[in-house]
Design a binder for this molecule. Sequence first.
Ligand code: ADP
Ligand code: MG
Length: 240
Amino acid sequence: MVEMAGLNKWYGEHHVLRDVALGLARGEKIVLCGPSGSGKSTLIRCINGLEPFHEGDLTVCGTRLDGSAQALAEVRRHAGMVFQSFNLFPHLTVLENLTLGAVYARGEPEARAAERAHGLLARVRLSDQTLKFPGQLSGGQRQRVAIARALMLEPEVMLFDEPTSALDPEMVHEVLDVMEELAAAGQSMIVVTHEMGFARRVADLVVFMDRGEIVEAAPPATFFEAPATERARTFIGQIS
Ligand code: ADP
Ligand code: MG
């Protein structure tokens, strides 16, 4: 699903990604963690083609990101993205937020798109909210709409960038539950999160970044119980 080697990126003088190599197999779940500013968002945005990189090879769902507009469009068709801030269209209903892209970008008949949208909204337990506007929903509900909207693509890989960190604590679990169900259904995913319970239950691999490089990559039991580096130990101490 994702194959990356020797990825390097700079913001001016700042070397934000240092020789990053990462692979994600079909059905695999990776949790990406690390201190603030370590490059997690930049990395996940590179995978979705939202950020260019300077060196390295990156192939997503069979398409090599070579800087062409065609590759970008292809990758975005196969990779769904969910951000910390929900990025919903405020003037559209929940249902319209889901169907807009399918109808206008993919040319799907409106009735079919609406049928799929209703199915996905049931899956994220929002069947009773379809005609509301984002402003009428709680943060947890909005994030579940954002997840359902990303799923409208039928993405081969889902990318989550701190999907629960803007939520009130009592709403975190309703979003994590939906993500866990997706994972159990076999969805390939890369999730930037500091939710350790989620990482333990769901991740095949925990990848720890610090200062632009991957410092450790290990199954959750190994990573949390026996981190190999002082940097990871310090980080785990801070988030637990
Ligand atoms: P993380 O998601 O791990 O907190 P980011 O990928 O957002 O880290 O940022 C990594 C580093 O790159 C930080 O030092 C941040 O300040 C810097 N950075 C992020 N985006 C930009 C940008 N558009 N221009 C310049 N520097 C940036
Ligand atoms: Mg970030």
